[in-house]
Design a protein around this ligand. Structure first.
Ligand SMILES: Nc1ncnc2c1ncn2[C@@H]1O[C@H](COP(=O)(O)OP(=O)(O)OP(=O)(O)O)[C@@H](O)[C@H]1O
Ligand SMILES: O=C(O)C1=C[C@@H](O)[C@@H](O)[C@H](O)C1
Ligand SMILES: [Mg+2]
Length: 218
């Protein structure tokens, strides 16, 4: 009798999850060739609101024109536009720049990842992400389910576009040097999440919009 009860004791489904495991639940055993498990498991996003998804998500480095192009694109498509930098600012009542100064980049990244997850779940228009949003592994996993336009730009054009007084906290001081460092580090991440990439170097924002619409078949 006692033995039967023990056998049916619930132990979860054995899948690795974030947070504390119930007593008796172990992480799944790895095979010899499996990659080691991460110390922290990715956030589990809320399920999408049924039938709601952005028409397109726009990613790319600072100065790629994400905010500018997303607004024009939404106008052309007759849909709403949303920008996760603006969502974070609205949620916190503080500018991105001030959040970096007063609370630090890691706090901003947490707020950003939450804002991106919420927008992917609930927004049905054009969505522009902050330039560094793709650094979050959980965000990249979510983007795999979406149509993502990567706006690419070279260092010279990006530096000229963001200008000297850019209000971008990561580019303070040596704008060109900082931009190069972060563009080099992030390029593989933009490519990883991109459904298509558009080289914006010699295009006006309107021409970029034309290219995106063509890629979307609109
Ligand atoms: N294709 C383009 N050609 C020339 N200038 C552009 C182009 N796209 C955007 N710009 C200009 O570059 C500046 C930066 O654009 P924008 O703010 O849209 O970039 P972003 O990618 O959203 O940057 P961030 O990652 O910092 O949010 C703006 O002044 C904008 O008018
Ligand atoms: O490239 C980045 O890391 C950033 C880009 C902006 O969109 C803002 O999200 C913030 O300034 C950080
Ligand atoms: Mg922007």
């Amino acid at each position: 009798m006692r033995r039967a009860r023990r056998r049916h004791r619930r132990r979860g489904d054995g899948r690795a999850r974030r947070g504390r495991r119930p007593a008796g639940e172990v992480r799944r055993r790895l095979r010899r060739r499996d990659r080691p498990q991460r110390a922290h498991l990715p956030r589990e996003p809320e399920p999408p609101v049924t039938g709601t998804r952005p028409v397109v998500v726009v990613v790319g480095p600072p100065g790629a024109g994400k905010t500018t192009v997303a607004e024009l694109l939404a106008d052309r498509l007759g849909v709403r536009v949303r920008d996760t930098d603006q969502d974070v600012e609205a949620n916190e009542g503080e500018t991105v720049q001030d959040i970096f100064v007063s609370r630090g980049e890691p706090v901003f990244r947490e707020l950003e990842a939450a804002a991106v997850a919420e927008a992917l779940r609930t927004h049905d228009g054009v969505l522009a992400l902050g330039g560094g949003a793709v650094m979050d592994e959980g965000t990249r996993a979510q983007l795999a389910e979406h149509t993502v336009a990567h706006l690419d730009v070279g260092l010279a054009h990006a530096a000229a576009r963001v200008g000297m007084n850019s209000g971008r906290p990561l580019l303070m001081g040596n704008i060109r040097g900082q931009l190069k460092k972060l563009m080099d580090a992030r390029r593989p991440l933009y490519n990883e999440v991109a459904t298509f990439t558009i080289d914006t170097n010699d295009l006006t924002p309107d021409e970029v919009v034309d290219r995106v619409l063509k890629e979307l078949g609109r």
